[in-house]
Design a binder for this molecule. Sequence first.
Ligand SMILES: Cc1cc2nc3c(=O)[nH]c(=O)nc-3n(C[C@H](O)[C@H](O)[C@H](O)COP(=O)(O)OP(=O)(O)OC[C@H]3O[C@@H](n4cnc5c(N)ncnc54)[C@H](O)[C@@H]3O)c2cc1C
Length: 302
Amino acid sequence: MEETSNSPLWRYTSMKVGGEARQLFLPTHAEDLVALIERLKREGQPWHVLGGGSNMLISSDGVDGAVIRMTQMTSLTNPEADLLEADAGTRLPHLAKFAASLGLSGLEFAVGIPGTVGGAVVMNAGAHGSCMSNVLESATVANAESGQVETLTNEQLKFQYRSSAIDPSKHIVLSARLRMRPDEASKIQAKTRENEEYRWRTQPLGWPNLGSTFKNPEPTRSAGFLLDQSGAKELKEGHAAVSAVHANFVINLGGAHTNEILQLLRRMQATVQEKYQIRLHPEWKTLGRFGELEREIWNGNQ
Ligand SMILES: Cc1cc2nc3c(=O)[nH]c(=O)nc-3n(C[C@H](O)[C@H](O)[C@H](O)COP(=O)(O)OP(=O)(O)OC[C@H]3O[C@@H](n4cnc5c(N)ncnc54)[C@H](O)[C@@H]3O)c2cc1C
């Protein structure tokens, strides 16, 4: 298992922002990870789990304790005709294309989501009218409290809109079993390609970002629509700006500091609050040393 000290974390998030972690670990197997958790517990070191870093705002002031990055655990198999088994570090675009090539339907929605399977289970990632909970049969997790490896069923994971019962400070997703629907490969591949091309047209893919900033407050009213109508596309703070392509995307114009990003989020919330009296709640997770402003923005988040 790779282990480094004082690692700059900006490299490992799609926002390209983040200070150092005292230690960074990259486990390659479930056994490595379980042993690592036991070791960190013995040493009394706090630890945090990072997947693809595509939904995680990492403080520019760094992170206390160890960071465990799951992206080296990437085994992907097809043990039964309609079943896929993917390790936590498998990237969703790769998984979606693999499924399509085998004539397995159900993951066409995931092709444009740049996270890992572990992060997607935690977040119940979704797009194009579907989400992980529609295909996930069970997840294997390491329980950091008991030291045991457990299998949690779809029902036990209590999926909701962009959330699950998994608390990454206690449970680390090791792998997932995905139950698929066999269909014509060419049809599935065409749908997968269509979803991928839709992303290129509608998202600011050239700029570092973390996808949707805020959750949709209601299924019929998207955060992007409310922000757009409130004039949020004009907002900018230092090196961070609201994308001109999609009002629910914040982009790093180069060298943004998390203080600038937080100031921008506060202003985005305020514009929608003022026009619609609706409070937007962030979809992103945060990691590292933050102050009062972060607590204020995330206050009341589910
Ligand atoms: C351009 C772009 C487009 C996006 N589009 C979408 C979209 O359409 N739909 C959508 O839902 N999301 C979207 N996202 C957000 C993001 O890709 C998803 O939320 C994704 O599921 C996050 O996965 P990750 O591996 O990057 O997780 P991270 O950002 O690394 O972590 C997210 C959370 O999961 C936890 N976590 C990660 N891995 C594990 C693990 N193995 N075990 C336990 N906890 C873990 C972390 O601790 C953190 O709490 C987009 C992001 C970008 C940048």
